[in-house]
Design a protein. Structure first.
Length: 299
């Protein structure tokens, strides 16, 4: 399957001044990654405000004139003047406001790489580190990242692009290196990977009051329904339907403790067909009836 099967549109909100774009934008889209190469002339103290809905990596590839930039996360901050030739890379988390000023640069060519983290997490079969994703790294140097960035930029500008897997591989390698992702732990034999199990159980717990089809759970894990069903039981010791019934019982326990509701009402609210069905499942799961369970907690 071609690596360009899934693309997304980066959402940027900029308020900038003093830049004049030279030539055409060079853009390539891969599986959950978009890379842009811009060339701009810069007026004195050109700059402005940038904010993106997705995390992105900014890499200064080339500049003429001076070499000084001022990067800050608030218009009121003094910021720090940096030398782009030694500190050319900035990682900017999603929704983080960034103010930048090219103090004495006359021309710049730079690379922006935008990441769809939900899709990349699914591709890499890992839950990405939320702390690392939300931590900015402004104006730093990393020879390996810089090397990958130059290769990606060259492929973006290539008038005869190579196979999509080439650019996709470079871009994914850039993301893995940036996030310092280790290999996923070995999968439990016959069971689900950790990310698959978390997705499935989270979905069940969120939607436990309605009928959840086996197919929708399997799709979350990228498996066939039969494979998912066997792997889920191998990981949890119970079938997906049993897990859902257990989640409903936990909701019912909360309702039993919080309000003086009739059992018929609780049964209806938690997705059971009637009070008898609710009581039967509750007794099987908890070992006693709802009324006795409540009494033992309130006496």
């Amino acid at each position: 399957m071609a690596a360009a099967a899934m693309t997304f549109q980066p959402r940027m909100n900029n308020d900038i001044r003093g830049f004049s774009v030279i030539g055409d934008l060079h853009r390539r889209s891969w599986n959950g990654i978009v890379a842009d190469v811009w060339s701009v002339d810069c007026a004195p103290s050109a700059g402005g405000r940038y904010i993106s809905a997705d995390p992105r990596l900014f890499v200064m590839l080339e500049a003429r004139g001076g070499r000084n930039c001022n990067i800050r996360i608030s218009p009121k901050d003094i910021g720090t003047v940096q030398d782009y030739s030694r500190q050319a890379i900035s990682y900017v988390p999603a929704e983080m406001e960034l103010w930048a000023e090219a103090l004495d640069i006359e021309f710049a060519r730079h690379l922006d790489v935008h990441f769809n983290v939900d899709h990349l997490g699914a591709r890499l079969q890992q839950d990405l580190d939320a702390r690392r994703l939300s931590t900015p790294r402004l104006m730093f140097s990393d020879p390996r990242l810089l090397g990958l960035a130059h290769l990606i930029a060259a492929e973006c500008a290539n008038p005869q692009p190579l196979h999509d897997l080439y650019g996709d591989g470079l871009a994914v390698a850039l993301f893995i290196d940036l996030m310092q992702l280790a290999p996923p732990p070995p999968r439990r034999r016959g069971g689900l990977a950790g990310w698959q199990l978390r997705r499935a159980t989270g979905h069940i717990e969120e939607h436990c009051l309605r009928n959840i089809r086996l197919g929708e759970l399997a799709a979350l894990a990228g498996l066939s329904p039969s494979h998912f069903s066997h792997a889920f039981k191998a990981s949890t010791g119970m079938a997906p339907h049993q897990w859902q019934m257990q989640a409903r019982i936990e909701r019912a326990k909360t309702m039993l403790m919080k309000a003086d509701l009739p059992l018929t009402g609780i049964a209806a609210e938690t997705g059971f067909s009637d009070q008898a069905h609710f009581t039967r499942v509750f007794r099987k799961t908890v070992g006693t009836t709802p009324a006795n369970w409540k009494k033992s907690r309130t006496d």
